[in-house]
Design a protein around this ligand. Structure first.
Ligand SMILES: C[S@@+](CC[C@H](N)C(=O)[O-])C[C@H]1O[C@@H](n2cnc3c(N)ncnc32)[C@H](O)[C@@H]1O
Length: 436
């Protein structure tokens, strides 16, 4: 199709564009350049970046423009004209490219690519984030994104131990469509562990109250399901009183069934072991250590084990019910404490109380949410001046930005590993160690 044939979509009522301009609804052919952050790829059209999902670098596609901004546009992939050699049938039929884009299930945006190529794209996103936001070339530090045991045999499926399914007022049950809040009924949940798929009410429910089902498969108990009405989500959540047990190596962790826990069935063990490996060489068993954004104490326990019976480690977490469980989960170390606080407030207090000196030989682990630690927390950590920082990150851009803040203050990235804890999605978990 030539540019002249880029006729607006039949239902498009937007004004006709000037020559060379893009308009919403317009059909265009694109050659995809590269992967971008967030599970989409980027192509160019008349010099403007166009972001498109459901494709891969090098592919030639037919796309429909969905949004036009001054410097970039968004489009949806309608058809693949020349496919990448690593393209495969989507692992989830309801997310596949042969469906109308509005009807494609969200949450498996790399499910049309082989696992090894998904990991290569994740490595590129990390390398690009570090190059752009930290001005660092990590090609030699990070040559591959590591797989979790068993994932290659399962083709990137059957790893989710936590699933949220939305329920609309018509009784449809399913994930939201990609980039929308429309519930998409589905016949299967290939990313979920089998017991969750079996328990999920995929045939729908009686019309009525909208909300969501939260499904959890703990390592020690049967899979469970809970309905949360839409009115009790967000700022006014209903909290579950029920407690579950998760195991990591031979260690048990108690937590609320709706509390934070790593989603992939191997993720907690992978991160626990990786934090120990990263911390070991410069770990002082006599020092005070910190686990920031600690949840129920998973990574504090990793440090506790490294230091032995007398370990002194504080786990800091904003959610009170999580710290209550952390206190119990860390009980075997007399020097362990779980503190309910925001990390920025806690660090400011520590600096003002002159508690900082005790940390000088210690290890600080931080595992912040997607937004990263941010400048204020990095400044406090720099002022505390521990022996080493172990940063667990779920967002490459936030990690790269915080790496730049650390580098400006004399901290050096001395180890970098990445893990494919979210196969068939664009997410990637990274573990970075920083030393003075
Ligand atoms: C990615 S989770 C990590 C939890 C734990 N490290 C684990 O692996 O199980 C991030 C945790 O940080 C907590 N959190 C988010 N913002 C926080 C803040 N400003 N201060 C303290 N905790 C926070 C969340 O409640 C969540 O438990």
């Amino acid at each position: 199709m030539s540019d002249d044939q880029h006729a607006p979509h039949a239902t498009d009522t937007s004004p006709r564009p000037h020559a060379g301009e893009l308009a919403t609804g317009q059909l265009i052919e694109l050659t995809v350049d590269n992967v971008a952050h967030g599970g989409i790829c980027v192509a160019r059209h008349d010099g403007r970046a166009v972001f498109v999902p459901d494709t891969a670098p090098g592919e030639r596609i037919l796309a429909r423009v969905t949004e036009v901004k001054k410097r970039f546009a968004r489009a949806e992939t309608l058809r693949v004209i020349e496919a990448h050699e690593e393209r495969r049938d989507h692992i989830w039929p309801e997310a596949a490219i042969d469906r109308d884009p509005a009807d494609r299930a969200g949450g498996a945006e790399f499910g049309h690519l082989t696992l090894s190529y998904q990991r290569e794209l994740k490595r590129r996103v990390l390398a690009d984030s570090f190059a752009r936001f930290a001005k660092l070339d990590i090609a030699d530090d990070l040559t591959a994104v590591e797989a979790c045991p068993g994932d290659d045999d399962l083709g990137g499926t059957r790893w989710r131990t936590r699933v949220t399914l939305h329920v609309d007022e018509h009784g449809n049950v399913g994930p939201y469509a990609a980039r929308s809040r429309r519930v998409i009924p589905v016949a299967s949940l290939p990313l979920a562990v089998p017991d969750i798929e079996e328990l999920a009410p995929l045939d729908g429910v009686a019309p009525g109250e909208s909300g969501c089902y939260e499904l959890v498969q703990p390592s020690e108990l049967d899979a469970r399901i809970r309905f949360v009405p839409a009115t009790r989500r967000g700022a006014n959540p209903v909290r579950s009183e029920r407690v579950i047990i998760e195991t990591v190596n031979d260690r048990s962790f108690h937590l609320a069934e709706d509390g934070f826990w790593q989603v992939h069935r191997q993720a907690a063990t992978t991160l626990f072991n990786a934090v120990q490996d990263a911390a070991r060489d410069h770990f002082d068993p006599e020092a005070q250590h910190l686990d920031l954004y600690g949840g129920v104490g998973l990574l504090a326990a990793a440090l506790g084990e490294l230091g032995g019976k007398r370990s002194r480690v504080e786990s800091v977490e904003a959610v009170e019910s999580a710290t209550e469980h952390a206190q119990e989960n860390l009980a075997e170390w007399v020097g362990a404490r779980a503190i309910t606080a925001r990390v920025d407030h806690y660090l400011n207090r520590l600096l003002n109380d002159r508690g900082a000196r005790a940390l000088r030989c210690g290890t600080v682990v931080l595992d912040p949410p997607r937004a990263g630690a941010g400048l204020e927390v990095i400044e406090s950590l720099d002022a505390l001046d521990p022996r080493q920082l172990i940063y667990v990150a779920c967002d490459p851009v936030a990690l790269a930005r915080d790496t730049a803040y650390l580098a400006e203050r004399g901290w050096k990235l001395t180890s970098l590993r990445a893990f494919d804890l979210f196969p068939s999605t664009h997410h990637v978990e990274t573990l970075a160690r920083f030393d003075r």
